[in-house]
Ligand binder design. Structure first.
Ligand code: ADQ
Length: 460
């Protein structure tokens, strides 16, 4: 069997001192263990060292390398998180276009290719992840690599008329044609990619998803990521989850819990969520004291100004809303800036009558799927989900809303609170069916089969 090589910006292989892994890490780790693979990426540290450091833990080998401070500034904080992330999430006004960022991005991708290439074997299957590393496949080809190399984009692919605002868009997209397989989260992203290829590159798609541009052909597929559904369902029914659930229920004093769980990121629509919740408090004044919102949002990318801005804005909004509406025995928003272990998270989801997931744009959104997986089958809660999350293309039995509309969010909260148990169960059964069927193992099998050329699942 060929080895599997995973390359991503950060490595989340199991480690001696690491905490619980998320679903994606669990799935990739299982694949690496089966295929005797290696997970390569940035260590998260800065130093002048240029050496890969290998460790093997729990049957999985990882190889990590440090970056310089300039690399982190230009490649990670810069091009990845200040240029590509906002642009690919449709926030053109937040995207910064700096030559230094682009130079740093190319330099670090080249560095990754240079340090990883000597450790590859000719029959390795190589799977590159996400927007940090788009040109990496092309750079490995420059080393003479003829392996099967695939790329999966975890974030949305933007519409052509946004992408063309990127000064080097042709070069970036062109480099994707060095891969054998390119995977997107949704058909919508795949359609946007197709539009770009047809209008900007005079390329063509065939019915099997093969894309040809100037004599080069690769396969483009929609391959939605899932969660580790069954382990997560078990975690939600565990003792640890039950203890948290009881704490939450006790703390709520009989009120219904609405929960939001997100990295603190402007793409997650947190300001709009607070505004929608406030509209509910205003428009449904007779019901307002029956609920409270628990928003869990650990800070992320704090070296980027737009992330500090969103944090300041949410601090102010939650303070203002609580100041305006709270009573002696009720606080409308509990706003918590920390991460929780997965079993605790599962218990919190299960305690919540409503899962409120309102990204303005999201590649997939795993929180929506985790919320569904954590519910009690006999008395499930209701998922309110943004139409602009990739997950909305699968989870059509959620209450789907436009996250920009405070009124739609408010009305959806009211509808969810009034929804009879039979209707909640009916919707949840359809949701869980999808979450279990198209789980994270399904996703990685689908992608690796396409990469190995053994799949029967390639979409048009
Ligand atoms: P993210 O933008 O990070 O991922 P998401 O898909 O929601 O977004 O995944 C977040 C993960 O972090 C979830 O598993 C969640 O449980 C966990 N998490 C969030 N807050 C937490 C907290 N306070 N404590 C503990 N865990 C927490 C990117 C893309 C998404 C895509 C994923 C996977 O932006 O669109 O779904 O990759 O492809």
């Amino acid at each position: 069997m060929a080895r599997l090589i995973v390359i991503s910006n950060r490595v989340s292989a199991p480690s001696k001192d690491g905490g619980a892994q998320g679903g994606l890490a669990v799935a990739l780790t299982a694949a690496l263990r089966e295929a005797d693979g290696i997970w390569f990426g940035w260590s998260g540290e800065t130093s002048a060292s240029r050496e890969l450091r290998f460790t093997t833990f729990d049957g999985v080998t990882s190889g990590v390398v440090d970056l310089s401070e300039q690399d982190v500034e230009e490649y990670y904080d810069g091009y990845a998180n200040r240029t590509l992330w906002p642009l690919f999430h449709y926030f053109l006004s937040l995207a910064e276009f700096e030559r230094d960022f682009q130079g740093g991005y190319e330099r670090v991708n080249r560095f990754f290719a240079d340090v990883i290439d000597p450790h590859l074997r000719d029959d390795d299957l190589i799977w590159v992840h996400d927007y940090h590393l788009i040109p990496l496949g092309w750079l490995l080809r420059q080393h003479g690599r003829t392996n099967r190399i695939g790329f999966f984009l975890h974030i949305p692919w933007p519409p052509t008329n946004l992408l063309v605002a990127l000064p080097d868009h042709q070069r970036l997209v062109d480099s994707l044609f060095a891969y054998d397989v390119v995977g997107f989260q949704t058909q919508e992203s795949l359609d946007s990619f197709r539009h770009y290829v047809e209008t900007q590159m005079a390329g063509s798609f065939d019915a099997d998803g093969h894309v040809t541009v100037g004599g080069r052909t690769m396969c483009a597929i929609a391959c939605p990521i899932g969660v580790d559904a069954e382990p997560f369902m078990a975690a939600a029914a565990s003792e640890e989850a039950r203890t948290v659930r009881e704490r939450v229920i006790y703390g709520g004093a009989g009120r219904q819990l609405i929960v939001g769980v997100d990295r603190l990121d402007y793409s997650k629509g947190l300001e709009e969520r607070f505004a929608g919740y406030e509209r509910f408090l205003q428009s449904y004044a007779d019901r307002r004291a029956l609920v409270y919102l628990l928003q869990i949002a650990p800070p992320s990318r704090t070296s980027v100004q737009s992330y500090r801005d969103i944090r300041a804005s949410l601090d102010a909004m939650s303070g203002r809303i609580n100041g305006e509406y709270a009573d002696v025995d009720w606080t409308p928003i509990r706003y918590v800036n920390q991460g929780y272990p997965r079993a605790m998270l599962a218990g919190i989801y299960r305690a919540a009558r409503i899962g409120l997931v309102t990204p303005l744009r999201d590649g997939m959104n795993l929180v929506a799927k985790e919320y569904v997986a954590a519910q009690n089958p006999e008395d499930p809660g209701v998922l309110i989900l943004s139409r602009f999350a990739g997950a909305a293309q699968q989870l059509t039995d959620a209450i789907l809303i436009n996250p920009y509309s405070a009124d739609e969010i408010a009305d959806a909260i009211d509808e969810a609170l009034r929804m009879p148990r039979a209707e909640r169960k009916r919707r949840w059964e359809r949701l869980i069916d999808n979450v279990v069927r198209e789980d994270v193992q399904w996703w990685r099998r689908r992608f690796t089969e396409a990469l190995a050329g053994t799949d029967t699942l390639v979409d048009a």
